[in-house]
Ligand binder design. Structure first.
Ligand SMILES: [Zn+2]
Length: 489
């Protein structure tokens, strides 16, 4: 028996939503896998299933490309929900400066692994993990180890520390990007591996001009895609820093750069992103919750940019792309309706549809991350990163519109089976290869240790939330330093 026949799989009889241009949907089709790759998509029953081929029944389901989260901070999984009622400055002072400096490498590992498994559970097969907890080389190693262990496709975006000197890294910073990025580049040099690398550049307005130039050229020297985060255009103040113009003045607007958020840029800045071949990753839920204003989606679309979507951080909101897709279209149509009403006009017909939103969470994400040749759509020759969505349930039956079902109706509870590179990582509603209880226990232990260590400086909103879980006993005085002026999210 050949290896090929052992590892072949076929997903039988599903409603296949390919995600390709024009949004073709193929009812009652089989998806054939050979190893980590899609080898054929055929009408169901057209070919006999070889004896050695593993059959996965999808007759009750949508078969779709794995979702792509183009910007997430997995190390913040431990801080889930702590900032849900905070504005950005409170998040910075009550968590980033009070608690976060105490993160140990094992805390980063526990959070990243739990967060990655959460993604798989929710049907997200690719993530860009923007890692700004690199307080030591061991913190970077822990993050990479957890991503590799999870079995998902991930891009480790190497950023900066969040240590006892956070403000020196994250506000008008004179500090250049950490030199350890060169070592990590060696470690993640295989472009075909499941875990690859990007350059997590601090937002242009958070660093001094000399640092900006240094960092952008360092990324180019290391042949790394730049993904820049840190509240770009987030709220009035950040918008008025004109971060894209700052890059233009030094010739740093390079093709392939991903700009995260971009809520309140000047009109010429959206045009500069498009003309330079850049991408936008919008995180509508997190942005609206934290007070950045309306998402950049409408402005981006008006300037010919189709943004990728991202969840950002579970410190604010849930980390699934179904909620993100819904919020994206909700906010878009809300804005259009509001504008039309203000002008005493009617709305529509809608130019942006659920299919466009689905694309932002799949193909557009793949393009932004430079992975369009591998993931984002179901096509022969592409990686077998696939989600099976059970539609035979009281939540999703009857199936009348597959794409709207994905973009607007489904929840993580409907994700039945997930494959990454042909490997089944979730089967019939359960994560495989992991003892979920153990992963959660490690995460809770890490949380307990962190709030014991950092508790004295935690702000009232965090303390109140923890106390309401009976965790006030864990909050014991310590002496973390206070910093002023950090300006990012
Ligand atoms: Zn972010």
């Amino acid at each position: 028996m050949s290896r090929q026949s052992i590892i072949a799989k076929v997903l039988v009889g599903g409603t296949v939503v390919t995600g390709q241009t024009g949004h073709p949907v193929l009812p009652d089709h089989d998806v054939w896998l050979s190893g980590d790759t899609i080898s054929a998509i055929t009408p169901s029953g057209e070919h006999d299933v070889p004896e050695q081929c593993e059959v996965i029944d999808a007759r009750h389901a949508i078969v779709m490309p794995g979702l792509i989260d183009s910007h997430r901070h997995l190390w913040q999984t431990t801080l889930r929900g702590m900032c849900s009622d905070m504005i950005a400055p409170e998040y910075r002072h009550q968590l980033r400066e009070a608690l976060v400096p105490f993160f140990r490498p094992e805390d980063v590992y526990a959070a990243t692994l739990a967060g990655a498994l959460e993604l798989i559970d929710c049907g997200i097969t690719t993530v860009l993990d923007w890692v700004h907890i690199l307080n030591s080389p061991q913190h970077a190693d822990a993050s990479i180890a957890a991503l590799r262990t999870s079995g998902m496709r991930a891009i480790f975006a190497h950023s900066a520390p969040n240590d006892m000197e956070a403000s020196l890294w994250w506000s008008n910073s004179e500090r250049k990007h950490p030199a350890d990025v060169r070592r990590v580049r060696e470690e993640l040099s295989d472009k075909d591996a499941l875990v690859t690398m990007a350059f997590g550049a601090r937002a242009p307005h958070l660093v001094q001009r000399e640092v900006r130039n240094h960092d952008w050229h360092l990324a180019r020297e290391l042949d790394l895609r730049i993904v820049t985060d840190g509240g770009i255009g987030g709220g009035l103040w950040a918008g008025r820093t004109y971060p894209i113009r700052l890059l233009q003045q030094d010739g740093l607007l390079w093709p392939g750069t991903v700009y995260v958020h971009c809520n309140n840029l000047a009109p010429d800045e959206y045009a500069l992103i498009r003309e330079s071949g850049g991408y936008i990753s919008a995180s509508p839920c997190a942005e609206m919750y934290v007070g950045f204003g309306m998402p950049a989606t409408l402005d981006a679309l008006a300037h010919g940019i189709r943004p990728a979507l991202s969840t950002d951080s579970v410190t604010f909101v849930a980390g699934d792309m179904f909620g993100t897709m819904r919020s994206t279209l909700t906010s878009l149509r809300g804005m259009l309706g509001y504008k039309a009403t203000a002008q005493e006009e009617g709305v529509g017909p809608w130019e942006i549809t659920s299919a466009d939103i689905f694309e932002m969470a799949t193909a557009r994400g793949a393009e932004a991350l430079g992975l369009a040749d591998r993931v984002g759509t179901l096509e022969v020759g592409k990686a077998a990163d696939i989600v099976i969505l059970n539609t035979r349930s009281v939540r999703l039956s009857p199936l009348n519109n597959p794409i709207a079902t994905i973009a607007l109706l489904a929840t993580p509870a409907d994700v039945e089976t997930v494959l990454v590179a042909g490997n089944v990582v979730k089967r019939e509603g359960k994560l495989v290869q992991f003892d979920q209880g153990r992963v959660v226990d490690d995460l809770v232990r890490s949380r307990d240790w962190l709030i014991t260590k950092g508790g004295a400086e935690l702000g009232p909103a965090v303390q109140k939330g923890l106390a309401s879980c009976g965790l006030d006993q864990l909050i014991v005085p310590s002496r973390p330093p206070k910093h002023e002026g950090a300006g990012d999210v």
